[in-house]
Design a protein around this ligand. Structure first.
Ligand SMILES: *Cc1c(COP(=O)(O)O)cnc(C)c1O
Length: 352
């Protein structure tokens, strides 16, 4: 076997390798030049994701970071602000891009334990029209957030509030299909795509990643109105995101939408298996996962040994991120045997 197959890589769902079928789809893709708007595979992907989420238009971008940047800069101008969570990717993890490139100020809010931004806090953060203040233009939510599914009633209430207050609404749905999978299971519904559409329809724009659990090597899409996407297109160009024979990548994303949405439930089941496997180890506090991400807090004596634990797992080819709060992410390239190996290694570490 190759070296890679002996590694259980639980660092992120971004590490997936394109499957043989995905590679075939990429090789077979008709190509054009997407800067001229004539790459048939890019156009097909954009039409597919826009229709799937119920929007007029979509734009293919290399990364989720660029997708969020294009969205924020399309919704907001210089001196405007967006309300966002302290832990949100488009505030905390994107190098401050909206401020750097767009002179758009974030107004971060603390999350409640369930990941939501309390409605009263959102409302209190919306500034009146007064020269002292930045103009509050946008509410940006993230679902899933750290693997947590935001309750749908909350998503509806928060986006309704934003709309009543005249704000635009953006969803960083990097893992929207994981959210939809969990929401479908919770509501005993079977159509994950319909659930994704229900969530997306609460927003004016949505960003989704193909390179996470969906298993494509690269790529995200931003969806919105035709007019919004036209503005976003200009910003993508300025950000250097105009790609040429990008159909090669879009074909991978299309393949992922066709073949890797319904299997996300498998990743969620493996996350449950991992979390359950780690129950009852002294000093480990395991967060029950909603989706494909398991957080494990190390406390007490276990905390003192956390660096040693991570190093020990690494030496056995089991990769995770974090130190006192470990993160394990399941995905296309992890199976039950891999999860069981991780569980056994952690158990053995604490009880040799
Ligand atoms: C991964 C991720 C992104 C974008 O990541 P890129 O690495 O830029 O593609 C954005 N938001 C969330 C919530 C993410 O998890």
């Amino acid at each position: 076997m190759t070296e890679r197959s002996s590694v259980v890589d639980l660092r992120s769902d971004t590490v997936t390798q394109p499957t043989p079928a995905m590679r075939e789809a990429m090789m077979a893709a008709p190509l054009g030049d997407d800067v001229f708007g004539t790459d048939p595979s890019v156009n097909a992907l954009q039409e597919k994701i826009a229709a799937l989420l119920g929007f007029e238009a979509a734009m293919f971008v290399p990364t989720g970071t660029q997708s969020n940047l294009c969205a924020i800069l399309s919704h907001c101008g210089r001196g405007d602000e967006y309300i966002v969570g302290q832990q949100a990717h488009c505030y905390r993890w994107e190098g401050g891009g909206a401020a750097v490139f767009g002179s758009v100020q974030p107004q971060p809010l603390d999350h409640a334990p369930d990941g939501t931004l309390p409605l009263a806090q959102i409302e209190a953060a919306i500034k009146p029209d007064d020269a002292h203040f930045a103009r509050t233009r946008l509410l940006a939510l993230e679902n899933t957030l750290g693997g947590k599914l935001l309750p749908f009633e909350y998503v509806q209430a928060a986006t309704d509030l934003a709309q009543r207050k005249g704000l635009q609404r953006h969803l960083d749905g990097a893992r929207l299909f994981n959210a939809a999978t969990a929401q479908a299971a919770r509501n005993k519904r079977s159509d994950v795509r319909a659930e994704a559409r229900r969530i997306a329809q609460c927003f004016d724009s949505v960003s989704v990643c193909f390179s996470k659990g969906l298993g494509a090597p690269i790529g995200s899409a931003l969806v919105g109105s035709r007019e919004f996407i036209a503005r976003a297109h200009r910003i993508r160009k300025m950000a250097g995101g105009g790609m040429r024979q990008a159909g090669l990548l879009a074909a991978a994303a299309s393949h992922a939408l066709d073949h890797h949405v319904d299997r996300l439930a498998d990743d969620h089941a493996l996350a449950q298996r991992l979390a359950q496997g780690l129950e009852g180890i002294e000093g480990l506090v395991v967060e029950a996962p909603d989706t494909n991400i398991v957080f494990v807090d190390l406390t007490g004596a276990a905390q003192a040994r956390s660096a040693e634990l991570v190093a020990s797992l690494n030496s056995q080819g089991i990769l995770a991120t974090g130190l006192y709060r470990l993160r394990f992410v399941t995905h296309l390239d992890v199976d039950a045997a891999g999860v069981d190996r991780a569980v056994a290694a952690i158990r053995a570490f604490f009880k040799p």
